[in-house]
Design a protein around this ligand. Structure first.
Ligand code: PMP
Length: 384
């Protein structure tokens, strides 16, 4: 489900078709080099220019302040579950030399991806404090509980981690967690980056696997505040502390403009095209408005219906992954069958939670959502 512009309700309703056409048009001859992007050397001037343009456009789109670096890494979101631990613990040692050897790290668990990230931190030996776990608290990942229920460990934590949009569960934060500004805030925005404006200055690290709102799987974008860059062999990695693999080290990539080794060139290239396209579209401001309207249409339809039911609390409903159930449950299979017949594909909920999930990432236009809503209304009429 992860290639480029995945989770389309209808293949031709792709908002980013211009990107695909541009890639097609210059596939055999990239920028008058006489070569395909697939043949170009990553050490060429042309490719470095491409990387710099991608960074410049992303900086513009998200208004990234000067004291941040953008890295293009590999290994997907899952690799960041580990990279965050290594890098942020070293940063903590650098910034607080007298801190305990294994400080607390705070994790908010609001869905299956943040749960996996917290598990990985614990597996690597970090001292994990669970700030909140909605499954334990409420029986399911269906909300972002109010801050009054959080158990943050305070100013001594090495970092606070959360997932802004839980792709599987359809749970999204409506605001940035209000934490001690001295503690670096780390966020997984894999499934909602560039879908709305964000105050980057609130974060130590923002990361996102590219495959939802940016480009092909294989690129992971990391936006990091420069004071958190340490380096794999620095004094902040004392003997006895876990070693930091070179390729997981943010400074390795920052020092080499994401060209330390051969980067995922084609993915970075498509990402650059998507950034250019989004700028032309009207940037994140316009995209945020489009996404707000798309999500509202679906949730309105669900809330008015007698057979569709959203299980996520209203304030925490995702604008990217609209999850819902159909009652009686036997109708879900029928719904999916009818949808497929209309070419509305990949609407089946994640295998771990079931139900229906309409993933309406940036590439899905409002018209695609309108078509789905029309089908939902017809289906309800036919089945009640
Ligand atoms: N975080 C989130 C929010 C995700 O949606 C995903 C994948 N869908 C991941 C992490 C894991 O990403 P990857 O498959 O690139 O490792």
């Amino acid at each position: 489900t992860t290639a480029g512009f995945a989770h389309q309700a209808r293949p031709m309703a792709r908002q980013a078709v211009p990107v695909l056409l541009k890639a097609q048009a210059e596939f055999l001859d990239y920028g008058n080099t006489g070569m395909s992007i697939l043949e170009l050397s990553h050490r060429s001037k042309d490719f470095e220019t491409l990387v710099n343009k991608a960074k410049e456009d992303l900086t513009h789109l998200l208004s990234i302040p000067d004291n941040y670096d953008i890295l293009f890494m590999q290994g997907g979101g899952t690799t960041q579950f580990s990279a965050v631990v290594y890098n942020l613990l070293a940063a903590h040692r650098k910034l607080h030399p007298s801190a305990p050897a294994n400080p607390l790290v705070d994790y908010l668990i609001t869905g299956s991806w943040s749960a996996k990230a917290a598990e990985e931190a614990a597996r690597l030996g970090a001292n994990v404090n669970i700030v909140i776990n909605t499954k334990k608290l409420r029986g399911a990942y269906t909300s972002v509980p109010p801050a009054s229920e959080w158990r943050l460990s305070g100013p001594d934590a090495a970092y606070v981690y959360y997932c802004d949009n839980e792709t599987v569960d359809g749970v999204e934060f409506s605001t940035v967690p209000d934490i001690d500004p001295a503690v670096p805030l780390v966020v997984d925005m894999s499934s909602n980056i560039l879908s709305r404006r964000v105050d980057v200055a609130r974060f130590g690290v923002i990361y996102a696997g590219a495959q939802k709102n940016i480009g092909p799987a294989g690129v992971t974008v990391v936006i990091i505040r420069r004071d958190l860059l340490v380096g794999p062999n620095s004094a902040a990695s004392p003997e006895g502390a876990p070693l930091r693999p070179l390729m997981l080290d943010y400074k390795t990539h920052a020092d080499h403009n994401s060209l330390y080794n051969t980067p995922p060139m084609f993915g970075i290239y498509i990402s650059k095209l998507v950034f250019e396209w989004l700028k032309e579209y009207g940037g994140v401001t316009r995209m945020e408005e489009t996404n707000r309207r798309k999500a509202r249409r679906l949730y309105e339809t669900i809330d008015r219906s007698a057979i569709y039911k959203s299980v996520v609390e209203r304030e925490s409903r995702s604008r990217m992954n609209v999850t819902f159930r159909i009652y009686p449950e036997a109708l879900e299979k029928e719904f999916l069958k009818g949808a497929e017949a209309r070419n509305y594909v990949q609407l089946k909920g994640h295998r771990s939670v079931g139900g229906i999930r309409a993933s309406i990432y940036n590439a899905m236009p409002l018209e695609g959502v309108e078509e789905l809503v029309t089908y939902m209304i017809e289906f309800e009429k036919a089945n009640t």
